[in-house]
Design a protein around this ligand. Sequence first.
Ligand SMILES: Nc1ncnc2c1ncn2[C@@H]1O[C@H](COP(=O)(O)OP(=O)(O)OP(=O)(O)O)[C@@H](O)[C@H]1O
Ligand SMILES: [Mg+2]
Length: 285
Amino acid sequence: MKSKFIMIASSKGGVGKSTAALGIARGLCRMGKRVLVADLDFGNACLDILLGVQDSIICTLQDAVTGKGSVADALVKIPVTAEKKKRRGARGKKPFSEAGELWLLPSSVGGAGCVAGFEGESAFTDDGVCSALTEAAEAADAEYVIIDTGAGVNSAVGAAAAIADTALVVSGHMPVALRSAQTTVARLSSYGVGDIRLLINSFDASGVIDDRRKGLFSVIDESGAALAGVIPYDYGLLLTHEGIASPGGEAEGAFLNIARRLCGESVPVFEGIKRIRKLKKKIYQ
Ligand SMILES: Nc1ncnc2c1ncn2[C@@H]1O[C@H](COP(=O)(O)OP(=O)(O)OP(=O)(O)O)[C@@H](O)[C@H]1O
Ligand SMILES: [Mg+2]
């Protein structure tokens, strides 16, 4: 099966790339899809921790690329809970099928691909990374491969862009994040990524008080990319990342909406996100 590769990018740090990578991967999985999430943040790999499997890693993407291990040994299967049969889709029409599968291709921290001159660096090429991603997608029989990338200008972004069918550029609605989103869109476009979309994260509708704070329409216009979705600010995500709570807040619904759009469904921007829909008048500035 040919997998669909979706990279998550932003040259600005801390805007929610890893959160989005996992949220969308989980959303696709809830829809019954087989999903591989690959950690290409070679400087600050973190998906293993966010998924709670850091103690199960025996081999990484870097080991596979530099010949110290195999892709098969690097892949980690993440346990997922099946949706209850009675639970309905967001429109209340059709129930989701059985949960899909979720796999992780973890990365080493601060090793090959990150530190110049690191042992084995010569074997560590964009082609090597792309081959490992393709092999991992085949081994996991993944329909979707979600690639998390790091902030800044780094080689992993080039490798991800070389294989990506779609790029989701994450931005907040503050000016510094928006400028970085514009730069990222331009760079990915120069790398030849054809389908580039914007993902607005940590959207705080109640914070859009007047035209001194950018509303949704201004952010979408200025980014230069079509909208993939809007994720509300959700304090529960912080607790989820610390392993204190399970996923399940409003952000999870927004990630599911994005997953459905990526699968070709037409889903209104704030479907199922009641708190934001109540503030409708404030957000469309
Ligand atoms: N929608 C949201 N609501 C509340 N908190 C969020 C949201 N999205 C992300 N966060 C929090 O923001 C912080 C940064 O998120 P994350 O690590 O996903 O960013 P990143 O872009 O991957 O960072 P880096 O550039 O370092 O890789 C985390 O603590 C995360 O829990
Ligand atoms: Mg990250």
